[in-house]
Design a protein around this ligand. Structure first.
Ligand code: ATP
Length: 453
């Protein structure tokens, strides 16, 4: 059973060092969070798992890591300057601001008043000045999605890799949105990370590829430990589609605060590549787009037989890293009552995502022979490159087990006085709490089996 409330997760994250409110010592900054020692490991492991699946396991996807600051022309032609807005309303009684689509029965979310302003569009993009002169024209945007930098690099990647459609470009990185009401911990924040794939296909094959990617993405989330029953597949109604989308499927997850979007998989048609292309009249483009007089590239591919230039369609699975972290924490948080009546909190997280892969615990913290032996075991296992291994030299085995259950460490390895004689150690399994005596030289295989399964 997942966590009962967001409060449980927030408390665990702070107590154990997964996630902190940013600039807390100055009162924080709304909608921004920092990842602590364990959070950074979990987040990196999630991103690594996505990259392995989306790039390494395929031969039809290439990676990219593009700039965050974005030329304003990109976001003009992509349609974001005109349409990347949320409807904003003010409460005339308590002066709070909120998204019109978040309120119920036309009542203020804060004081319940119906005395609200008419909704007006609020652009979510952050602007910043570039260079020493700060005039009206010298601004750029912090990208609101990583996708646009993939589209503007389309020709570079095709030229450099000789890829032909269908193929994709994957990117993980920061995106920024000036959300009107950031809330629900790391669910809706102003600075977040996205894992995005833009998969370019021939027009006409787009619907089939869209279905394919929805299935692939659900399967990947299940591999990360999310129960399939906790994911709802939502076909976004036509009237709610983004300006570029022909069809979008949202994967909705049961977060502690409600069922909300974890990932969106959109059929963006030829809208983006078409919008960023020069000489659009020479291209056969379906989507309604801006006339582009500023781009110097034709973002199209040539049909091998007819030699005609075609603008590919694109299917985009776009997942939030932060929402992924929240879903995984929620899914793996468990409170159990043990036979002796005591409670234990355990983060039953998949081993490949666990922030710490194994804790090495010397039975006595001041015994230099045992501690040195433990350090050697740690170093040997660390060299496997499977993730972080820690030396837990507190001298308190029970306390160490409790801590590592709570932060999801799959195994604890205790070094005791017998170890020095027979070179065996006690390996305790997080989920079953079973302990077995294992030869030191078998630890590497044991850990590999656990983490590479
Ligand atoms: P929402 O409707 O919840 O505002 P969205 O439809 O605007 O989300 P997309 O533009 O489809 O979101 O972005 C792709 C993914 O990026 C989302 O599925 C989500 O995981 C993540 N994401 C978007 N906005 C935020 C945010 N403010 N904070 C954290 N993650 C976000």
């Amino acid at each position: 059973m997942p966590a009962q409330s967001m409060d449980q997760l927030v408390a665990l994250c702070k107590r154990r060092g997964f996630i902190f409110q940013t600039n807390e010592i100055y009162g924080g900054l709304q909608g921004l969070y920092d990842y602590g020692p364990l959070g950074v490991e979990l987040k990196e492991n999630l991103k690594k798992s996505w990259w392995t699946k989306m790039v390494y396991s395929r031969d039809d996807v290439e990676g990219l890591d593009a700039a965050i600051l974005t030329n304003k022309k990109v976001l003009k032609y992509s349609g974001h300057e005109d349409t990347f807005t949320d409807p904003l309303v003010d409460c005339k009684d308590c002066n709070n601001r909120m998204r019109e689509d978040h309120i119920k029965d036309s009542k203020c979310l804060h004081c319940g008043s119906s005395n609200l302003t008419e909704p007006r569009p609020f652009n979510l993009m952050f602007k910043t000045n570039i260079g020493p002169v700060s005039d009206d024209d010298s601004y750029a945007y912090l990208r609101p999605e990583t996708a646009q930098q993939i589209f503007t690099n389309f020709k570079n990647v095709v030229d450099a890799t000789s890829k032909t459609i269908p193929f994709g470009i994957a990117q993980i990185g920061k995106a920024f949105r000036n959300e009107i009401t950031p809330r629900n911990f790391i669910f809706r924040v102003r600075e977040f990370e996205q894992m995005e794939l833009e998969f370019f296909v021939k027009k006409g094959n787009d619907e089939e590829w869209h279905k394919y990617w929805v299935e692939e993405r659900i399967n990947w989330w299940v591999e990360q430990g999310i129960e399939k029953d906790n994911i709802e597949v939502l076909n976004v109604p036509q009237e709610e589609l983004s300006h570029y989308s022909k069809a979008t499927v949202d994967l909705m997850y049961k977060f502690p605060h409600g069922v909300e979007e974890l990932e969106g998989i959109a059929n963006r048609t030829d809208f983006d590549l078409g919008s960023h292309s020069k000489n659009q009249d020479e291209l056969d483009i379906d989507a309604k787009i801006n006339k582009n007089k500023e781009s110097n590239a034709r973002l199209a591919v040539q049909d091998i037989e007819t030699k005609a230039w075609e603008v590919p369609y694109v299917i985009e699975p776009s997942a939030g890293v932060d929402r992924g972290v929240l879903a995984i924490l929620n899914e793996s948080y468990k409170e159990e009552t043990l036979e002796n009546g005591k409670k234990r909190v355990v983060l039953a997280i998949k081993p490949h995502l666990a922030p710490i892969k194994a804790a090495i615990i010397p039975i006595k913290k001041n015994d230099s022979t045992i501690v040195d032996f433990s350090k050697d075991v740690k170093d040997g296992l660390q060299k496997l490159g499977l993730g972080r291994i820690v030396l837990e030299n507190t001298g308190n085995i029970g306390k160490s087990y409790r801590k590592h259950d709570e932060i999801g460490t799959p195994v604890c390895i205790t070094i005791d006085f017998d170890t020095l004689n027979d070179r065996t150690v006690t390996v305790r399994n997080r989920d079953t709490m079973e302990q077995q005596r294992v030869d030191v030289q078998d630890l590497k295989d044991l850990l590999k089996d656990l983490l590479l399964q």
